[in-house]
Ligand binder design. Structure first.
Ligand SMILES: C[S@@+](CC[C@H](N)C(=O)[O-])C[C@H]1O[C@@H](n2cnc3c(N)ncnc32)[C@H](O)[C@@H]1O
Length: 262
């Protein structure tokens, strides 16, 4: 749909809820981008990723969608690589940043296989991903997290958002599988993809505990922090636990520095 619609405003009205769960007939692309403009500085500040020096740095955003946060990233960083599985979203992202960000700082990269980033090792300063890895299978999410670490230079940082395990997963994860199976049923599938409630279930793909991520990646990282909401009961091993009110109670973040190889 994002490819068929005429304007960014139409895309946000029809499919904006895909990205920030906000619906409404009068939504505009400007309002949509404003939500990213609020969130990006807040996360960068809290995670210690903000400062004058970032104007000379490159950030890779894994799962950029149509550019809700990308606009703000192009103001904060000298160079931004927006990655997404969906080439149509990347085209819209380019357009969105052209209107509200610094498009001359933007490059897009299609994640063709959903699990690898086609750029050189140690070629960026920061890898950032928000509300994306939970929509991937566990294997793809772990591969993308490993790719984030691979493409960041030694001493650079990763800030990766995941959704943690919770008791209601017993219902949500199987319901998600059923909805995704429905997508393949002729006629009904197309209808189902445009229903907000069904689609929100269909996105329930994976949950990861911090230990499942820091276990394999820990040896390549230093200064490992796990950020959660203050009300979260999630605990991780071998990481400093930090809290921030802005973190969704179901989410957690891995914020860490990429180690210099021995
Ligand atoms: C909920 S949206 C979030 C977009 C953006 N981070 C934001 O907060 O507005 C998730 C995005 O991740 C993308 N995505 C899902 N799986 C992916 C994968 N395996 N590799 C790259 N992008 C993926 C989707 O196409 C979608 O644009």
């Amino acid at each position: 749909m994002s490819e068929q619609l005429d304007s960014g405003d139409d895309v946000v009205r029809s499919t904006g809820w895909v990205f920030n769960n906000v619906g409404g007939r009068n939504l505009t692309l400007a309002e949509f981008v404003a939500t990213g403009d609020d969130e990006v500085p807040a996360y960068l500040e809290v995670f210690g990723l903000r400062g004058e020096h970032t104007q000379g740095q490159t950030l890779i955003e894994i799962g950029s969608g149509i550019g809700r946060m990308t606009c703000a990233f192009t103001r904060e960083f000298g160079s931004v690589i927006a990655c997404d599985l969906d080439q149509g979203f990347l085209e819209r992202c380019y357009e969105t940043v052209g209107k509200f960000g610094k498009v001359e700082r933007l490059r897009t990269l299609e994640v063709v296989d959903g699990r690898s980033l086609n750029i050189a090792a140690a070629s960026v300063d920061v890898a950032f991903s928000y509300i994306t890895l939970q929509h991937c299978t566990v294997d793809d999410a772990l591969d993308l997290a490993a790719e984030a670490v691979r493409v960041v230079r030694p001493g650079g940082r990763v800030a990766l958002n995941f959704r943690g395990p919770a008791p209601n997963d017993i219902l949500l994860i199987p319901a998600g599988k059923i909805v995704r199976a429905l997508y393949h049923v002729p006629l009904v599938g197309g209808w189902a993809t445009r229903r907000r409630a069904l689609t929100r279930l269909g996105w329930q793909v994976s949950r990861l505990h911090p230990d499942e991520v820091t276990g394999p990646l820990g040896p390549q990282l230093t200064d490992i922090q796990i950020w959660t909401n203050p009300n979260s009961r999630l605990r991780a091993h071998g990481a400093e636990m930090r809290t921030f009110e802005g973190v969704n109670p179901a989410h957690w973040w891995l914020v860490a520095r990429v180690a210099t190889p021995a």
